[in-house]
Write a protein that binds this ligand. Structure first.
Ligand SMILES: Nc1ncnc2c1ncn2[C@@H]1O[C@H](COP(=O)(O)OP(=O)(O)OP(=O)(O)O)[C@@H](O)[C@H]1O
Ligand SMILES: [Mg+2]
Length: 464
């Protein structure tokens, strides 16, 4: 009897995924909608070189935390690579080795850290959600895309629609209506980037060399579209995935189900500046004061240039159930600074407004619970509650949004200095489209303050 071997079958799905895995282009951008099998494809792509000891590849995302979020890049990589006997490291680096040498690294790339890669030589450069990576970083990294391994260096990226620099780059493959032009999917074109950063396209390499001379080495480039319709495995395995996409709001349905690069977020869908009416004093008899905190504990740094804010919104209502938005405290600080400011705010609130309930939004998971319990102890003497948010942000925000549209709220305006929170608050609410992009701490605390005053009617939301 011979040695028994387990065979693991990995194969691309016919159609767009196959086209992506087979393209010889130097740079290939894949995607433009959710669920098309993009992450799977970029993770499988380098396996063709996994016996080559000189090979290496790096996966970049704009934000490190997004790499390890459940079901994301790192989770899927483990699912694919561990059965292939790859060795993984989790901390502080995220990487795999297939040949003994580290060959697959997962890291973040942004405007502030790209120069750290100055000396690097990366053969396979992978980007997850390239539309979120800065244009400067992308072009800088192109110069790090080098190889002495015998493997021609290349770049592969997944992307979702966004009308930014990436859209400009792939415009030839996208129709005027914003949808990919099907016949152009996978068609290779060539470009040179001139000293003034201008990009000139050609249909052939020769055409560009003739025009600009041999000093400019044209790069081959392609875009391959994919939508959930191209991922039969997913449609079969989880039919609800598509119905979830269909249930998205117009903007995100256009982007993520249909792959429309020109879809624009309908800012103002859930909140409009014109809804805001001001009062200079709170009327007599206002009650049910709450200050809801969404906490973060990071200051801006090169690794994380735009971290979340800690935000605490004060709200109350009058006898007729009109809602008053009284004040917002918002800042970025380390855990101790956050704790101090929350304590101080609770003292101030008590002095100015009397009884105010402090509500701490709690992260799902055990760590979130323990951390909230700790803060509750620090706030001894105050009335404190915690709320665990388990649903998507839009679900929480809708009840306030409905009342806001009915003009059933007022904003307390005091004086110029105290009112500085108002404009950023209005802007964030107006921009909010529930797409998980950008900051939404102010939306969150508004939503939860309102729910806390009017009662959580959602059975799945746990109020402790
Ligand atoms: N060729 C394949 N063989 C087996 N499973 C596949 C294949 N292609 C995709 N899948 C599976 O389909 C599911 C969705 O694929 P994937 O996560 O790659 O999509 P995506 O385009 O990255 O989605 P999202 O837009 O949500 O990030 C995953 O469970 C993945 O393992
Ligand atoms: Mg993905």
């Amino acid at each position: 009897m011979g040695v028994s071997r387990q065979t693991i079958n990995i194969s691309a799905q016919a159609g767009q995924q196959e086209l992506f895995l087979a393209t010889p282009a130097d740079i290939a951008i894949y995607g433009g909608a959710a669920g098309g099998g993009k992450t799977w494809a970029v993770l499988v792509d380098p396996l063709r070189y996994h016996f080559n000891k000189d090979f290496n590849c790096v996966y970049f995302r704009a934000n490190r935390n997004d790499i390890t979020k459940p079901g994301g890049l790192w989770d899927q990589a483990k699912r694919l690579y561990l059965p292939l006997k790859a060795k993984k490291r989790d901390n502080p680096y995220l990487d795999f080795s297939f040949t003994g040498a580290i060959t697959h690294t997962f890291t973040h790339l942004n405007e502030l850290n790209y120069e750290d890669y100055s000396g690097a030589e990366i053969i396979g450069m992978y980007y997850e959600e390239l539309q979120l990576i800065s244009e400067t970083a992308f072009w800088f990294m192109l110069s790090r895309n080098r190889s002495v391994s015998g493997v021609r260096p290349y770049i592969r990226a997944t992307a979702n629609p966004r009308k930014n620099w990436l859209y400009e780059l792939i415009k030839w493959w996208i129709g005027e209506d914003g949808y990919p032009i099907k016949e152009r999917s996978g068609v290779i074109r060539y470009f040179v980037r001139l000293k003034n950063n201008e990009i000139i396209w050609g249909d052939t390499r020769e055409e560009l060399i003739n025009k600009f001379g041999k000093d400019y080495q044209p790069k081959s480039f392609t875009f391959i579209y994919s939508t959930v319709e191209d991922n039969k495995i997913l449609l079969e395995k989880s039919p609800e995935y598509k119905s979830n996409l269909m249930a998205l709001d117009d903007y995100n349905r256009e982007r993520l189900l249909k792959g429309n690069w020109l879809a624009t977020a309908a800012a103002g869908t859930y909140f409009k500046r014109e809804y805001v009416e001001y009062v200079n004093y709170l009327p007599d008899g206002v009650k049910d004061f709450v200050r809801v905190w969404d906490r973060a504990a990071t200051k801006p740094s090169p690794e994380n240039p735009d971290p979340d804010y800690t935000a605490g919104l004060l709200m109350c209502r009058d006898a007729r159930n009109v809602i008053y938005i009284c004040n917002m405290v918002r800042f970025r600080d380390l855990p101790l600074g956050v704790e101090d400011k929350i304590k101080k705010t609770a003292e101030d609130d008590k002095r100015i407004y009397g009884q105010v309930k402090t509500i701490l939004l709690e992260d799902p998971g055990q760590a979130g619970k323990m951390e909230a319990q700790y803060l509750i102890r620090q706030l001894a003497g105050h009335w404190v509650d915690t709320v665990r948010a388990v649903k998507d942000k839009l679900t929480y925000f809708r009840p306030f949004s409905t009342q806001a549209q009915a003009r059933n709220f007022r904003v307390l305006r005091k004086n110029r200095q105290d009112d500085e929170w108002i404009d950023p608050w209005i802007n964030e609410l107006e921009q909010f489209v529930g797409d998980d992009e950008g900051h939404d701490d102010q939306v969150d605390v508004t939503a939860h303050a309102f729910l806390s005053i009017t009662g959580y009617n959602e059975p799945r939301i746990m109020v402790i």
